[in-house]
Every structure is written in C-alpha cells, then in structure tokens.
Design a protein around this ligand. Structure first.
Ligand code: SF4
Length: 492
C-alpha cells in the first residue's frame, strides 16, 4: 500500500500514472490533505503545490517508517514546454518532482522519463508547429521530460519518416474505413480485445449481415460529407475466421461505391495461421487486399502453447510462403516481447526466424498487462522486468535495423513491461499508411462492427469518438444509433 497526500492540486490521475512507471502492484490510496499520518504502513508521499505571485513549484517528500527519506522541489524555471500552457506546466512540475523522488527511491530511470501518454511524438509535432528548432525540442525532451538520448533519436527518426504521409490539406479530407471482426478461434492469455471464441458459421453470417448494413451506411455518410477513402483496414479479433462468402459479401458492398484498385491500401489481419487457407488468400488477393498480417507473436513452440495458440511455428511459416506464392507483396508479422517465461535467447530465436522469412513489416510489441486478460487475472506480481525487456528490445531493434527494417511508427500502452513502446518496422517504401494515420491521429477513422471506434477529425487536430457496443446483441440492437452518432459528428 502507498499513501499519497495531495496538497494544492488534484492531479490524482497523473500521480498514479507516474507511480505505475515503477510499480504496477501496490494499492494506491489518495488523501487530499497536507497533514500526513505517519502511522500508515508502507510508503507515504506528500505532493505539495507551491503557488505565489512569483513562483510555481512542487515539493514532493517521501516517508518510510515515520522518517522522511527523500524530498525534491521542482520549480517552474526547471521546466520548458513545447507550447505555452499553464495547466500543463503545473501538471509537469508535479509529475517531475514525483518522478525524481521515485526514481531515486527505486534506483531506476525510465527510458521515456515521466512521459506516460500513448504518443510521445505529439510533443515533437506540437513544438515543430510552434516553430521550435529540433535542438530546442530535443532539449525539452531531455531536460523537461527526462527522455533518454536513444529514445529522442528514435522519436526524431520516426517523425522524419512519417513526414511524407503528412499533408494537412489531404489528411483533413481523407477517411479510413476500419472493419472489426471480433472472433478468434481461441483466446490468447494476454488479450483484452473485443473478441469471441465461441461462434459458428451461423453467428458469423448473422454478424456479417449487420456489419454490411453499417458499412454501406457509413460509406454513404462519408461520401455525402465529401470525404475521400484513403485506406481500408480489417482488424479484430481475427478477420480470417470469415468464410469466403462473408469476405466477398463485405468487399461487394465496398465495390458498390469504390474501385478497390484505387484504394491506397487495403489491410487484412490474417493473424492466425489456423484460420487461413489457400482459397481464403486467393479471395483476398482477388479483392485487392494489398497488405496482410500473419502474426506469430513468438516463434517458440512452447510459448505458443502457453499463450493458448493452437498452431505451430511450421504453420506460420507455411502460411507465409503460401501468401507469397499467391502474390502478396506486403506482409506484416507481429512479435511480442515479455511473453510468459521467455528469455532474451527465445526472443533472438523468434526475431531471427521472422527476419529469415523477409516480411515487409515487423511489428514488435512489449507485453502489456491488460485488464480483463487471463494473464492479469492469473498473475500475482505484475513485473516490469525492465532490464530483461530492454535486452529483448535491443535484440529486436538490432536485428531489424541490421536487416534493412526502419522504425516508422510507434505507440505506448499503459502497464507495459519495461516501460517501452510498440514499434512498427518496415522495409523502405513498405510502411503501412493506416498505421501511421491512426496512431498519429491525423485522419478520420470510421469504424464499423462490434466494439469498433470511430475517430472523427474536427478542426484544430481535435477528434470526436463514437464507440460501438462491444456486446454482439447490443451491437445488433444499436447499429442505427451508431450510424446516427457518426452522422451527427460528421455534419456538425
Ligand atoms: S488473436 Fe489477437 S484478438 Fe484474437 S485472442 Fe489473440 S490477441 Fe486477442
């Protein structure tokens, strides 16, 4: 148990996120008071905001066994931000002073300092739009947010690589159609996505019937609002559980409005080899799918069993070769580092076997402890394993770079092992447009299907969200409501 006393501010959310950089397990109790009770067991933190006419500061003190063991004060002069924002300044002072005391106490520094948001690149983007020089931005990342030199270099590299996909004028008039297929043959132990593993063909047919209606109405809405279709993305779940007829039915509705050949990118997550066969791949090829994902997550047989996958490494390789034979020239493969009981040697084996196949994209995820997953329900201690994960991360990074794969998009998740990030690598010119525009939030995403999220771009880089019901029955009942919500946001 850790007791937090907040005085002069109410940044409870921020405080909790900074604490989780170091510890995912301890229960956190918050008090709004500057009088601390030293009788609490465990760590006690007092975070006091100091505000006078000429000074903004935060003093954070750490107590253990009734003794003060650390105290750090951060002043506004210690902070330089990417934009003028008084509220952000206050939050940053509070977060930084807490980060310092915890970093000393745990004897650990985080690669991303106390940045806890999903998109660290947003800082670069905001600063560049505010005409700051790259040198100044790097100093802000280093001195204000405590980001390591390696990560600063990575952020810059990714930002530079993405610039060719960024054109405000085009981005604002584009939309991307996301189609969610929430079914998987078995449930992976780390999964918290909307995905059902109890289904049969009747359930799939029924789902696709409703989905097609939502897709058609969504396309009509986009067209009437002068949005141009940029990419289509089939995600899940495992979209390749669909039958060939299901797939054709979905593509037929899109074909009523668009020439599939003209769409910049159509991606299809054929994630699990146990759901793929030659006929399905032929069907996707015929329907102009330009990029597919075959996702091993690991190339170690024992781990596949442990994470509840019901296919072998050979199945993955066979499916990959089949897809190449059919003519797919953009194939992505996902790996996860930090899977149960895997060592750096296991990760080395996985990345080497993947690289030997020569996919066009490799996405490396760090395992994240997600609420609702079997893993989090079973695991007593949620370990960050920072040193081991960093070693694994280095192995994947080194192997990818050595083999001509460049990092081109990244995002971070909450409760992630090693406090690192998920990185998409691509061979030159093989970047996924959809991944860039969704992560950087530069274009509208219109989502269809149970649990799909629409993010509709409004002025000033702001998005409005529509979240479809995750439950299949509720989704069916509320399709019309989902469409009306999208319509309202698009037209206002
Ligand atoms: S394949 Fe993906 S969506 Fe399906 S259970 Fe595994 S992690 Fe979840």
């Amino acid at each position: 148990m850790i007791s937090f006393y907040l005085a002069g501010h109410d940044y409870e959310f921020e405080i909790k996120n900074v604490f989780k950089i170091f510890d995912l397990n301890s229960e956190i109790k918050i008090y709004y008071d500057d009088k601390i009770d030293l009788n609490h067991s465990g760590l006690i933190v007092l975070s006091e905001f100091i505000s006078s006419f000429d000074r903004l500061a935060c003093r954070t003190s750490l107590y253990l066994n009734k003794m003060q063991i650390r105290c750090v004060t951060i002043d506004e002069k210690d902070i330089r931000l990417e934009k003028d924002d008084n509220k952000k300044l206050k939050k940053t002072i509070v977060k930084k002073s807490l980060y310092y005391v915890l970093s000393e106490y745990f004897n650990e520094k985080a690669e991303y300092g106390f940045l806890t948001g999903i998109r660290p690149n947003k800082i670069l983007d905001t600063a560049i739009k505010n005409n700051m020089s790259r040198e100044d931005i790097n100093l802000i990342l280093k001195n204000t947010y405590e980001v390591s030199d390696d990560k600063i270099q990575l952020l810059n590299e990714i930002y530079n690589r993405q610039t060719e996909y960024m054109c405000e004028e085009k981005n604002i008039s584009n939309y991307n159609l996301y189609i969610h297929i929430p079914f998987c043959p078995t449930r992976c132990i780390y999964c918290s996505f909307v995905s059902f593993s109890k289904y049969n063909q009747i359930v799939l047919d029924e789902y696709v019937k409703k989905l097609i209606y939502e897709i058609e109405e969504t396309i009509k809405l986009a067209i009437s609002n002068n949005l141009k279709l940029n990419t289509v993305y089939f995600g899940g779940g495992t979209p390749s559980v669909l039958s060939i007829k299901n797939m054709d039915d979905i593509f037929n509705v899109i074909k009523k409005y668009y020439n599939l050949d003209d769409i910049s990118e159509i991606s299809f997550e054929a994630g699990r080899p146990d759901t793929i066969n030659e006929e399905k791949l032929e069907c996707l090829k015929k329907n102009c799918v330009s990029r597919i994902s075959i996702n091993p997550q690991t190339m170690n047989e024992e781990t596949l069993l442990k994470i509840s996958r019901v296919h072998s490494v050979k199945d993955i390789e066979d499916t990959y070769y089949l897809a190449r034979k059919i003519g797919f020239n953009s194939i992505n493969m996902d790996l996860i580092i930090g899977l149960p009981e895997e060592s750096p040697e296991d990760v080395l084996n996985s990345i080497k076997r993947v690289v030997n196949l020569k996919p066009d994209n490799i996405t490396v995820h760090a395992l994240s402890y997600k609420k609702g997953s079997e893993l989090i329900n079973k695991t007593k201690d949620l370990l960050k394993d920072t040193d081991t994960i960093e070693k694994m991360y280095e192995i994947t990074r080194h192997t990818c770079i050595e083999n001509g794969y460049n990092p081109y998009y990244m995002y971070r998740q909450k409760n992630i092992k090693g406090n690192l990030e998920n990185i998409g690598y691509a061979l030159e010119g093989k970047e996924s447009i959809y991944n860039i525009v969704i992560i950087e939030e530069v274009e509208t995403i219109l989502g269809c299907g149970a649990g799909a999220v629409s993010k509709i771009l409004k002025g000033g880089g702001r998005h409005e969200r529509v979240q479809n019901y995750k439950d299949l029955i509720e989704y069916n009942k509320n399709i019309q409501r989902n469409i009306e919500q999208k319509c309202e946001i698009l037209t206002n």
